[in-house]
Design a binder for this molecule. Structure first.
Ligand code: PAF
Length: 300
């Protein structure tokens, strides 16, 4: 079996390690643990893109609202380490909450435009927590490349914007969502689904694909202007999800990369994202499809 990665749990240990590898080409995948095949593919990708690979495992308390699942977020540190070893990870950074947010911690970073739609109103303070922790991790690890899964597309575009706005010298890339054979996007939170809910969950992706197909085929049969056709197909899809027992938070289509609303000049040739958040039982599921977007801008 591959050797286990080096596990560092304090800022001091990490900084000492980082100084010892000055000049090395480093790639980084931040996670909250409970690793699955989607994480494995991110780690596999960075292994071939750099000399050293770093994985962080940290359930970041500042990105959870008080009513959210911080306390019950799944943890599987031992098997995460085995997966990291299999993917050839060199260093795992797994600090405690106290280590990264010691008593008196009071500095946060906030992106204020892309954080507004989609999950923004439903997860108040969430993206502020994400940008803060990712900035801290980037400062500590100083990688040349950071790789993220596009299942969390809003997070990905916000982080790209943060890196641009704050002049950070790191390439932020996205990797296509990894899905189960029935289309459900892999997520650590899928572990919360009952057997029955798990069977129903792929309807989300099927619905997204139907909307995307109708957007992309619009120019062949333009019965309505594009904006109206998209709104109609979103409205039908919302009803379908609700009829199937999902509690819908949002299902919307926005322009990329800055999440501006579609307007009367928008066509299917413009880069767009259709994103959804729906609750099934006690589990909140998110997913998205992206189209007419130059893939080299978000994944390689
Ligand atoms: O996507 C996640 O798992 C988290 O939001 C991240 C990027 C690791 C920050 O805590």
């Amino acid at each position: 079996m591959a050797s286990l990665p080096r596990v560092l749990s304090t800022v001091q240990e990490l900084q000492a390690w980082r100084s010892s590898v000055e000049g090395a080409n480093i790639a980084f995948v931040p996670t909250m643990g409970a690793l699955h095949e989607g994480h494995a593919q991110l780690l596999h990708t960075i292994r071939h893109r750099c000399e050293l690979s770093v994985l962080s495992i940290f359930v970041n308390p500042t990105q959870f609202a008080p009513h959210e699942d911080l306390d019950r977020y799944p943890k599987s540190f031992e098997s995460d380490l085995i997966l990291a070893a299999t993917e050839g990870v060199d260093v795992v950074f797994a600090p405690s909450a106290q280590e990264l947010y010691p008593m008196g911690y009071s500095t946060f970073v906030e992106e204020s435009h892309l954080s507004t739609p989609f999950c923004g109103p439903y997860r108040l303070g969430h993206f502020r927590g994400v940008t803060t922790i990712v900035l801290k991790l980037l400062n500590l690890i100083r990688p040349q490349l950071a790789l993220f899964g596009l299942k969390d597309a809003q997070q990905f575009f916000i982080l790209k914007k943060m890196v641009l706005d704050l002049n950070l010298e790191v390439a932020v890339e996205g990797m296509e969502t990894v899905r189960a054979s029935d289309g459900l996007a892999l997520s650590s939170r899928n572990l919360y689904l009952s057997q029955q809910e798990r069977q129903l969950a792929p309807v989300i992706y099927q619905t997204l694909l139907q909307i995307k197909d109708s957007c992309l085929s619009h120019s062949m049969r333009p019965k309505l202007p594009y904006l109206e056709a998209v709104n109609q197909s979103l409205s039908n899809a919302r009803q379908l999800l609700i009829q199937n027992g999902f509690t819908l938070q949002y299902l919307d289509c926005l322009k990329l990369p800055y999440f501006d609303p579609l307007d009367s000049n928008t066509t299917d040739k413009d880069p767009q994202i259709i994103a959804v958040a729906a609750i099934l039982g006690k589990t909140r599921l998110i997913d998205n499809v992206i189209f007419s977007y130059n893939p080299t801008d978000c994944q390689k």
